[in-house]
Design a protein around this ligand. Structure first.
Ligand code: AHR
Length: 495
């Protein structure tokens, strides 16, 4: 098939917050224990308990922000049980597994320092108290001679950690307390009031994220009931898990390599865009000239029927391409979205990393994030792609090419990320780079495989990984072929 891509390099559309490329780690299955943390006594190489290979891989990804400790776990988490020399083991209520509390606040914040990312902590609104949340902030951020700041010092951490991002609960319409929107808004008003005040320890204040829903009426109800207190929150979060399940018939699996499933999965992206767009409009309506409300998507990704009981599932190529198409869409909404966190970091759902004992593999989703990291902090450029329309069996139609384009902060690189979502056909595209006088070179990498269900597996080496591809970039136009079922990232050097 043939296509056209146009980038207006002199038409800026806003800054892409690096935090759109964030992740989420919950005490669930083997995400924390075994994935991020093996303990200092482990034979697996570690930095005081943190898995060295995973830390290095997340650093290489340039992970900007990590959300913790949940998820559903957050609304049953009592942080004081997980600090200091005496940890209190308990049952992990939501995920039905033991919780040693060996990995707690100081371990999480040390992980973030080792990776070089910002921490984002969700407090317990469902079964906790405002007091517990405010004390947690004092423990993390206070430089005063107060009780919890001194406790942190006694635990060997003299300097405040400076945690800026705080979530006010998690899915409080469900596992976070089965609340109504009015009830949640009432709780949220209290938490935000005191937490915002406590947040003065951080330069510019803390950033508070309230719980929204991808069932949109909840959002309207929460915002309506927050009137008069909207200045105390900074963002509303929604979660978006997608499966590509058929309307009828057996649910989808990781190993399903059929074009039907692939088109259904990628066909979820326009639906996700609609949720983003409608929620962003609502937040716009409730924003004022002095106080803007952002959209955060702090859990999203694939969730297959055959995930195991710890929600571990393999990561096929189709997940990497789905991630890239979603990230392209998030980039395009960079004026509205301030953060997004894929679920989850290691060994759970659409993980970027899988571990088994001392082995580690990088999933195609990892590679999509790594290939697209040039968009972090860059300026979104106006761009357009058109080829042929794909359709799924739900009647949804979308263009086979997904695209976003940006210019790096130093002005030296244009990054174009292009997903060809056709399973069968390569796309020979004509690219027009408008608004440029000269180029200084170009390089490209492509991620693809024989099958959309192809995975990297333990002991098999990395079958699905990016490969370099020649790019004959020229002005004003040049052609490039985007293989079927692939992500291509072109980096165009500017003089
Ligand atoms: O990521 C797994 C779970 O999905 C989270 O705990 C919850 O917030 C969501 O429903």
């Amino acid at each position: 098939m043939r296509g056209t891509i146009t980038v207006w390099a002199d038409h800026d559309l806003g800054l892409i917050d690096p935090n759109l490329y964030g992740s989420f780690a919950e005490h669930l299955g083997r995400c924390v224990y075994g994935g991020l943390w093996v303990g200092p006594q482990s034979h697996i190489p570690n930095q005081e308990g943190l898995r060295s290979d995973v830390v290095a891989a997340l650093r290489a990804l340039r992970l900007p922000v990590l959300r913790w400790p949940g998820g559903c776990f957050a609304d049953d988490y009592h942080w004081e049980w997980g600090v200091g020399p005496q940890r209190r083991p308990r049952r992990n209520l939501w995920w039905n597994q033991p919780e040693s509390n060996e990995f707690g606040t100081d371990e999480f914040l040390r992980l973030c320092q080792a990776v070089g990312c910002a921490p984002y902590i969700s407090v317990n609104v469902g079964s906790g108290t405002v007091e517990e949340a405010v004390n947690w902030m004092e423990y993390c951020n206070s430089a005063q001679a107060s009780y919890y700041a001194n406790l942190r010092r006694r635990h060997g951490h003299p300097q405040p950690y400076g945690v800026r991002y705080w979530g006010l609960g998690n899915e409080n319409w469900g596992c976070g307390g089965n609340m109504t929107a009015q009830q949640y808004a009432y709780e949220c008003r209290k938490y935000a009031c005191f937490m915002k005040k406590m947040g003065v320890d951080i330069e510019g204040g803390v950033y508070l994220i309230a719980v929204g829903h991808d069932h949109l009426p909840w959002n309207l109800e929460v915002l309506r009931n927050l009137e008069g207190a909207l200045h105390t929150i900074d963002a509303l979060s929604i979660h978006m898990y997608r499966t590509g399940h058929p309307a009828q018939g057996p649910p989808s699996t990781v190993a399903d390599d059929s074009p039907e499933h692939f088109y259904r999965l990628l066909g979820e992206v326009p639906g996700m865009e609609e949720k983003v767009c409608k929620t962003a409009d609502l937040l716009d309506y409730y924003s004022t000239a002095d106080h803007r409300l952002d959209l955060v998507v702090d859990e999203w990704g694939t969730w297959y029927h055959d995930a195991d009981e710890g929600l571990c599932q393999q990561g096929p190529l189709k997940d990497g391409l789905f991630a890239a198409a979603v990230l392209n869409m998030f980039n395009r909404y960079c004026k509205a979205i301030s953060m997004a966190n894929i679920a989850q970091t290691v060994n759970v759902l659409q993980a970027v990393i899988l571990t088994r004992g001392s082995e580690m593999i990088l999933t195609p989703t990892y590679h999509a994030y790594e290939m697209m990291k040039g968009h972090q902090g860059a300026t979104l450029l106006a761009s357009r792609a058109s080829s042929v329309n794909l359709a799924d069996d739900k009647g949804r139609e979308y263009d086979a090419l997904s695209l976003s384009a940006s210019r790096s902060a130093d002005g030296k690189t244009l990054t174009l990320s292009v997903v060809n979502m056709s399973v069968e056909e390569d796309c020979q595209a004509q690219l027009r780079l408008s608004g440029l006088e000269r180029l200084a070179g170009a390089s490209g990498r492509v991620l693809t495989a024989d099958s959309v269900a192809a995975c990297n597996d333990f002991g098999e080496g990395e079958r699905v990984r990016p490969q370099p591809v020649a790019v004959n970039a020229a002005l004003p136009t040049f052609t490039h072929t985007f293989p079927a079922k692939s992500l291509t990232v072109l980096e165009i050097a500017l003089p």
